[in-house]
Design a protein around this ligand. Structure first.
Ligand code: NAD
Length: 387
């Protein structure tokens, strides 16, 4: 029996609620495939400021360095919005990404056929949407120095900086991924205004020459933002820098109908970091209604890209699909007036399907508000999609 150490950082708000369900599903996958997951919890974000006066305490740092993979919930608390920077929950998140050296953030956005009616976009716009956003994660404006407010408080500065090697390594992740998909990379920048974007464009173009079988196109970020909602099926792999990627990936969440559905994997040289793309959602925290699917799908990415366990990852992705096909909906994805289940029940149903075929049949007997759709209509990212 193989074994892995997983550090779970539940974080704040709905973070603990959704990671609990991801953990439940992870353990179900372990049980089914004979894998031992040794899971320990460590604080991050506002929870860590409260517990240890630091949004990424030394104990958490030591644990993530030792772990085979890290599963994160979300950070952020309304009370700490105006705290000094070293006490902000987001400072802990940025420090965590830097500590792990996870420079490539992968965010698959696939429109799920049973949820097409949950998107504000017209169904015909959503046909065939399957985008992989590759966002640079440890450079750019969020990390550049100098930064800060001057003594008067009336002037502030941030620095946008990228080096050729930072751009090259994330570009290679995007081109390698495109090779396993539809062989198109759309690189997004603002090269008509920013020198950093000009370097980005030149460097991506040079890397692209190593991949003559992959088509490369460049878009300015403003046009890319428009195209992402007007013609989302035109994208295969969308490669971009840190802040543009942050914004565009939230915009892409509109395509699937809820922020609560989308997972992410952040990869570098060592252990990967896996987290849903949503934040701590203080408006619904503690109510047990958060959608855990983004966190559970992040656990599937952990299995696939963090631990190279594609069979277990497939089982989790298929279980999510089966449960949605059977009509299970949390509040954020339920049709108006339709019944909704809570975070825990959604997690239990998905874990049940992962465990065995009996679970799958049980899921299929569940609420039938949404008729089953052909499985082929729903494509989860494949193990071969991403290097
Ligand atoms: P958010 O993602 O927390 O919430 C936006 C909206 O989406 C809210 O209405 C929320 O209820 C809903 N939502 C989010 N996740 C959901 C889920 N799983 N199920 C159902 N509904 C869900 O973004 P926000 O409100 O802008 O930010 C709240 C806090 O989270 C802030 O402190 C912010 O800094 C932080 N944040 C953290 C991360 C992270 O940890 N990676 C990312 C984004 C925001």
């Amino acid at each position: 029996m193989s074994g892995y150490t997983i550090a779970v950082l539940p974080g704040d708000g709905i973070g603990p609620e959704v990671t609990a369900e991801a953990e439940r599903v992870l353990q179900a996958a372990g049980q089914r495939f004979g894998i031992t997951f040794t899971v320990s919890h460590f604080p991050v974000g506002a929870a860590a400021v409260e517990a240890a006066g630091d949004p990424l305490p030394e104990k958490t740092r030591a644990a993530v360095r030792r772990a085979n993979a890290v599963l994160l919930g979300a950070v952020g608390a309304p009370g700490l919005e105006h705290a000094p920077r070293h006490l902000k929950p987001e400072t802990g998140l940025l420090a965590l990404r830097a500590l792990l050296g996870v420079y490539a953030n992968l965010r698959p956005v696939t429109v799920l056929a049973p949820l097409v009616d949950r998107s504000p976009l017209k169904p015909d716009r959503l046909q065939g949407v399957d985008v992989l956003i590759v966002r640079e994660l440890t450079g750019g404006l969020y990390y550049g120095e100098p930064r800060g407010r001057d003594a008067s408080g009336s002037r502030a500065v941030n620095t946008l900086v990228y080096t050729v090697s930072e751009i090259e390594r994330v570009a290679r992740v995007a081109f390698d991924a495109a090779r396993r998909r539809r062989r198109l990379v759309t690189s997004v920048d603002k090269a008509n205004v920013l020198e950093v974007s000009q370097l980005w464009r030149e460097t991506v173009t040079a890397v692209g020459r190593e991949y003559p079988d992959v088509r490369l196109e460049h878009l300015y970020v403003d046009y890319a933002a428009m195209r992402l909602v007007s013609d989302p099926a035109a994208f295969d792999v969308l490669l971009t820098e840190n802040m543009f990627g942050d914004i565009l990936s939230d915009e892409a969440a509109v395509l699937v109908g809820s922020l609560g559905l989308l997972p992410s994997a952040s990869l570098g040289a060592g252990a990967g970091l896996f987290e849903p793309i949503h934040g701590s959602a203080p408006d619904i925290a503690g109510k047990g209604v958060a959608n855990p699917i983004g966190a559970i799908a992040s656990a599937a990415m952990l299995l696939r890209y963090g631990l190279q366990l594609p069979e277990a990852a497939d089982a989790v992705d298929q279980a999510i699909r089966a449960v949605l096909d059977a009509g299970a909906r949390t509040r954020d994805i339920a049709a108006p007036g339709a019944p909704a289940i809570g975070s825990r029940e959604m997690g239990e149903r998905i874990a049940g399907v992962v465990l065995d075929e009996r679970g799958r049949r049980k899921a299929e007997r569940g609420t039938d508000a949404h008729p089953s759709v052909p499985r082929s209509a729903f494509r989860v990212p494949r193990s071969s999609d991403i290097p």
